[in-house]
Design a protein around this ligand. Sequence first.
Ligand code: PEP
Length: 251
Amino acid sequence: MAGNWKMNMDHLEAIHLVQGLHQELTDANFDYTKTEVVVIPPFTDIRSVQTLVEGDEMGIKYGAQDVSVHEKGAYTGEVSATMLKKLGVSYIVVGHSERREYHNECDKKVNTKARVALDNGMTPIICCGEGLEVRKAGEHVAHVLKQIDGGLEGFSAEEVAKSVIAYEPIWAIGTGEVATPEDAQEVCAAIRVRIGELYDADTAAATRILYGGSVKSSNVADIMAKEDVDGALVGGASLEAVEFSKIARFD
Ligand code: PEP
């Protein structure tokens, strides 16, 4: 269960939110061995989150929302994988639809960023998903599978099995319009079948596939009940400790 904070929360608010989340999960006797809980703050909060999570030995993990394709050097404004690794980052979101739309990130770039994450010992959360026009035209599965083919290009079976895929229909992100559990299942299942075709059945079964798009505590259980949905990538509802802790428990 991953919470993408996007460009929200300064470092003090981040500390408050993670403390609150930890408290809620502790009170609920949360079992971190069954469900991983990941917060994905802006870069400026990561050091504060690291200090808190490591200092209090919390089970919560944390990620970054993006990574540079470059190792180091004259790339103003960029943050490298080695910098993130040093901060104890476990996950890196690549190819979020907002990066694809506002920063022109194509499948090739997404693939390179995922490669950079893996090469530096972190897990990419590779996002894919269709816009409303594509969905209305009934081309959503083909569209997403093309993104998957491009995103995973050159990966070994072991690397795919280590990665996380997040299916996020763009029309459901931040809109309050959640895909039905059947919509989520249809595409998550198609992604798993494609991984099976590209690699093998074991790799397909091992790869974690998340759904994202207006997930809330009130709809998460029905989505999680679907066979090929292994977790959720949550935006807005991850900014509130009680709500996100309920989502993580999806009961
Ligand atoms: C997201 O941006 O990854 C997301 C799923 O956002 P929201 O949950 O707010 O729709």
